[in-house]
Design a protein around this ligand. Structure first.
Ligand code: A2P
Length: 335
C-alpha cells in the first residue's frame, strides 16, 4: 500500500496558499489529513479540499504536531519562527519564503533542474524565488546541452507576486481610474500599478539592484550548481493580474542556433514551446495563467553576441504555480 501523508499549509488563505490547496488536490497528492493554517484573522473561514469543507485554524506551535509535510507560505518571519518547531515535530518544511534559500544546509530546489538536492535536506527545503523558478525551468535544458556563461534578464512581473492584496489593489485601482477617480489607494505595492509599471520589486540594495534582482544571481548559481554563472536582471512590476514574463538573453560557451534550442526545449519537462511569430503565437501571461507548464518562445539568435553564441527568448510562467505552489508540491512529491 502506498504511504499517505499528514500535510499542513501555513498561509492557506493567501494567494499562494490557495493554489497549494488546489495543486495538492489536482495532482492527487497522497494526503492522509490536511490542516489549513493562517493568522487569527482567518479563524472561522472554511476552505474546500476534495469536496470536504475544512476549517482554517490559527498557526500556533501546536499546529505542527503529527504533520509530515508543512508547506509554508506565510512570509519569511513566520518561516523563521517555525523552522525549529517543524523540525522538532518531525515535519519537513517546504518553504516558499526567502528565509533560508541561501543557507548552506538548506537545499533550494526546482524539481526539473536539481531534484537530487532534496536528498540532503535536514528538515527544510526551500522553494526558489518565482522568477528564478520560471527562468531555470526554461533555460536549464539548454545549459545541459551547451553551458551558459551569462544571463541578462528583464522581467514583467504580475501583481500576484506581491500577494492577494496586490491583486485586489490592481483591480480596485483600475476600476477607480475608469470611473475618473485619480485619488487612488496605494498600499500593497510601492507605486500606482493601474495603467502604469515600475522598476521596483522588493527593496533596493547598496549596489543599486533590488533584492529581487539579486535573487536571480544567487539562486540561479545555487540551483544550477554553477558558481561562475554571470547574471544581470532588471525586475519590473506590470499591471498584469497573474503570471510573470521574462525577456532573456543567454551567452553560451559554444554556438547554438534557435532551431537547436527549439528541438531541445520541445523535449524538456515543464515547458511548452510557443514560437510561431508569423501566426502571432508567442508566450503571454494571459495564456500562462493557470498552467503548470511555462511557455517559451521568440527564440532567436541574440545578435549582440558574436559567432552565434547568444540566444534571446521570452518566457511566461504562472507565478503562483510554477513560481510557487506547484514547485512546492513537486518537491513534496520528490520526498
Ligand atoms: P491571513 O489571511 O489570515 O492574513 P498573501 O501573500 O497572499 O498576502 O498571503 C499571506 C498568507 O500568510 C495568508 O494566508 C495570511 O493569513 C498568512 N499570514 C500572515 N500573517 C500571519 C501570521 N502572523 N500567522 C499566520 N499566518 C499569517
Amino acid at each position: 500500500m502506498s504511504r499517505h501523508y499528514s500535510v499542513a499549509i501555513a498561509g492557506a488563505t493567501g494567494a499562494v496558499g490557495v493554489e497549494m490547496l488546489e495543486t495538492l488536490e489536482k495532482r492527487n497528492f497522497p494526503v492522509k489529513s490536511l490542516r489549513l493554517l493562517a493568522s487569527a484573522r482567518s479563524v472561522g473561514k472554511t476552505m474546500t479540499f476534495r469536496g470536504e469543507k475544512l476549517p482554517v485554524e490559527e498557526l500556533t506551535p501546536d499546529s505542527l504536531k503529527g504533520i509530515d509535510i508543512a508547506l509554508f507560505s506565510a512570509g519569511a518571519a513566520r518561516s523563521k519562527e517555525y523552522r525549529e518547531i517543524c523540525v522538532k515535530a518531525g515535519a519537513v518544511m517546504i518553504d516558499n519564503s526567502s528565509a533560508f534559500r541561501m543557507d548552506a544546509d538548506v537545499p533550494l530546489v526546482v524539481p526539473e533542474v536539481n531534484p537530487e538536492d532534496v536528498k540532503w535536506h535536514t528538515g527544510v527545503i526551500a522553494n526558489p524565488n518565482c522568477c528564478t523558478a520560471i527562468l531555470l525551468v526554461a533555460i536549464n535544458p539548454l545549459h545541459r546541452a551547451n553551458p551558459i556563461k551569462r544571463i541578462v534578464v528583464d522581467t514583467y512581473q504580475a501583481a500576484s507576486g506581491a500577494g492577494a492584496k496586490a491583486m485586489a489593489e490592481l483591480e480596485e485601482q483600475t476600476a477607480e481610474v475608469l470611473k475618473g477617480n485619480r485619488n487612488l489607494k496605494i498600499e500593497a505595492l510601492p507605486q500606482r500599478i493601474a495603467f502604469n509599471l515600475f522598476p521596483q520589486v522588493d527593496q533596493f540594495l547598496e549596489n543599486g539592484y533590488t533584492k529581487e534582482e539579486m535573487k536571480f544571481i544567487n539562486e540561479s548559481r545555487k540551483i544550477m550548481h554553477h558558481p561562475t554563472l554571470l547574471v544581470s536582471a532588471t525586475c519590473v512590476r506590470v499591471p498584469v493580474l497573474r503570471a510573470h514574463s521574462e525577456a532573456v538573453h543567454l551567452e553560451f560557451e559554444r554556438p547554438m542556433t534557435p532551431a537547436e534550442a527549439r528541438a531541445i526545449l520541445a523535449q524538456a519537462p515543464g515547458i511548452q514551446v510557443v514560437d510561431e511569430p508569423a501566426n502571432k503565437r508567442y508566450p503571454m501571461p494571459i495564456d500562462a495563467s493557470g498552467m503548470y507548464d511555462c511557455l517559451v518562445g521568440r527564440i532567436r539568435q541574440d545578435l549582440s553576441f558574436p559567432g552565434n553564441r547568444g540566444l534571446a527568448l521570452f518566457v511566461s510562467g504562472d507565478q503562483l504555480l510554477k513560481g510557487a505552489a506547484l514547485n512546492a508540491v513537486q518537491i513534496a512529491e520528490l520526498l
